[in-house]
Write a protein that binds this ligand. Structure first.
Ligand code: SF4
Length: 206
């Protein structure tokens, strides 16, 4: 009698990736992190949010978007008609760059296979890229040119990625807007626009 090996459910595969990230030694950020931040959210999430890298509070707690920027992100999600439970939130790099510096190209290269694997499993309809680095990375996947987050923000980019049709929606990083009123207003504007699009494509009820 032959036994058939059943594929693992997506939840288990996501947990396996999270476990890999927790102990990942692939780049120099593993030497200075307190806790790696694998990401949080359900396997059924239709919307993914991709930030840049963990900051101090995330590094301490091992969770994405906690503290002041996290509270602001929650308010932005409300503007779009979403809650945290409905989205998967993660970062381009999963360990904190010291002093909140930008992630370096080799760190992004080492870490983004995790993001790619999570996207391939979750199959989101919409990816909100928060900040210039995550936007540059996501647009590069569709060979789209990225000049600046100011120009790219607030627009919907339809791309094909690993056989899936995905909408990329770039905007500013919530942490960058905490002390910048203009940036804050634009983020609110962008999340309201996102909410309208999510209603139009049936992800959020009116
Ligand atoms: S940043 Fe990414 S690649 Fe580097 S050690 Fe952390 S999890 Fe691994």
């Amino acid at each position: 009698m032959t036994s058939r090996v059943l594929p693992l459910p997506v939840e288990e595969l996501l947990e396996a990736i999270a476990a890999e990230i927790t102990f990942c030694p692939r780049c120099r950020l593993s030497k200075t992190r307190k806790k790696a931040v694998p990401g949080a959210g359900g396997a059924q999430s239709r919307v993914m949010l991709v930030g840049e890298g963990p900051r101090r509070n995330e590094d301490l707690e091992g969770k994405p978007f906690v503290g002041q920027a996290g509270r602001f992100l929650d308010a932005l999600l409300t503007e779009a008609g979403l809650t945290r439970k409905q989205v998967f939130i993660c970062n381009l790099v999963r360990c904190r760059p010291p002093e909140n510096r930008d992630p370096l190209p080799d760190e992004i290269e080492a870490c983004t296979p995790y993001l790619n694997r999570q996207i391939a499993l979750i199959k989101p309809k919409v990816i909100v890229s928060l900040g210039k680095h995550s936007t540059a990375y996501m647009l590069s996947k569709a060979r789209l040119r990225f000049n600046s987050i100011v120009r790219a923000r607030g627009k919907f980019y339809e791309i094909r990625l690993w056989g899936m049709q995905i909408t990329i929606f770039p905007t500013f990083h919530p942490a960058a807007a905490l002390y910048n009123g203009k940036c804050r207003d634009r983020l609110v504007e962008d999340f309201r626009l996102l909410g309208k699009e999510l209603v139009r494509i049936g992800i959020v009820e009116q």
